[in-house]
Design a protein around this ligand. Structure first.
Ligand code: PEP
Ligand code: MN
Length: 349
């Protein structure tokens, strides 16, 4: 349930309401919106039903949130949430690119990948040190050594770091080196892991599960949000369908759907979303046009010899070309968004 307060509400009007909420054993999230305060109430639905908040003069509207994800929903937070990754803002209007290899393979490789990423205009370096591999015989990642190499390469090129954590036991070490903690597709519904990363307070890049529905994905985000962590990025990385021409089917309709239902930014991953390097740029362009707030893309100094996901990794020349195209479209999207804002305010008149 959410309480939308009157615009002119004062602190002394707010306090008794918050006291009542807490006395009933409910939790409250106080959200300072653009022009009014919204209180999000969480707890036993039966208790919620039996308290009447409409009787408070300072409450303008009581809105029951019927879906199971509440803090993640647009109803709870009507404005877009901007996730601030140590100064790099995601969801604030600029399209943000995260680029790097699938796996950290060594000091030289990640340093070169960071140089490439920066040259194309990426703000964040991606790379895995703990790798979820389909086969237990495949390269599993360099672990903490890989994290150190990645941090060093990112710092040398003024980039932030996104990297995956696969189990709870590695959260501390990953949080030490990463600016964004990635939850991989295979762990989208690893609920204990979601709660534990939520507690770090760090930005979390939540990949969509291989067979994750939109509703399951939103609920996965809710596990993070209930830890009072509102730094969530939804990453659409393709879902498994009957189609074999691509590794996964990049579901770009998820971008506007998530943006309608939630307030958190959405990132597209055209690399895992296609699995084929020459499909990456077209789908990155489509990702910009779909309204995504950024993308995560695999690049490699020598894709042919990459230790993982070489088939979908871009070399420097192709990456730089793609980034030029993406920049043009991202600028165009700012104009398009301006037009839709104008149209919305006209529609309200
Ligand atoms: C990755 O980013 O390299 C990765 C393993 O992604 P996903 O979890 O989407 O498969
Ligand atoms: Mn990969």
């Amino acid at each position: 349930m959410i309480l939308i307060m009157k615009q002119e509400v004062t602190e002394s009007q707010l306090q008794p309401i918050i006291t009542t909420i807490k006395e009933k054993g409910l939790d409250v999230q106080i959200n300072h919106g653009r022009d009014r305060i919204v209180l999000g109430l969480l707890g036993d639905p039966e208790i919620l039903q039996n308290v009447s908040f409409q009787r408070y003069d300072s409450v303008e509207r009581v809105v029951p949130i019927t879906n199971s994800y509440k803090l993640t929903s647009r109803e709870f937070h009507p404005q877009d949430t901007v996730v601030d990754v140590d100064g790099v803002k995601i969801g604030a209007g600029d399209f943000v690119t995260m680029a790097g290899p699938c796996s950290v393979e060594g000091e030289e490789q990640i340093m070169e990948a960071a140089r490439m990423a920066k040259a194309g205009g990426a703000k964040i370096l991606r790379g895995g040190a703990y790798k979820p591999r389909t086969s237990p015989y495949a390269f599993q990642g360099l672990g903490e050594d890989g994290l150190k190499m990645m941090r060093k390469a990112a710092d040398a090129h003024d980039l932030k770091v996104i990297t995956e954590v696969m189990d709870e036991g590695h959260i501390d070490v990953v949080a030490k080196y990463a600016d964004i903690i990635q939850i991989g597709a295979r762990n989208m519904q690893n609920f204990r892991l979601l709660e534990a990363v939520g507690k770090t307070g760090k930005p979390i890049g939540l990949k969509r599960g291989i067979s994750g529905t939109i509703e399951e994905w939103l609920n996965a985000a809710e596990y993070i949000a209930v830890q009072n962590n509102f730094n969530i990025l939804f990453i659409e990385r393709g879902i498994r369908t009957y189609e074999k021409a691509t590794r996964n089917t990049l579901d770009l309709s998820a971008v506007p759907i998530i943006k309608k239902l939630s307030h958190f930014p959405v990132i597209v991953d055209p690399s895992h979303g296609t699995g084929v390097w020459d499909l990456v740029a077209p789908m990155a362009r489509a990702g910009v046009a779909s309204g995504a707030d950024g993308m995560i893309v695999e690049i490699h100094p020598d894709p042919v010899n990459a230790w993982s996901d070489g088939d979908q990794s871009l070399n420097e020349k192709n990456y730089l070309q793609m980034m030029k195209e993406v920049d043009i479209l991202a600028e165009a999207m700012k104009k398009v968004n301006g037009l839709s804002e104008e149209a919305t305010s006209l529609a309200k008149n």
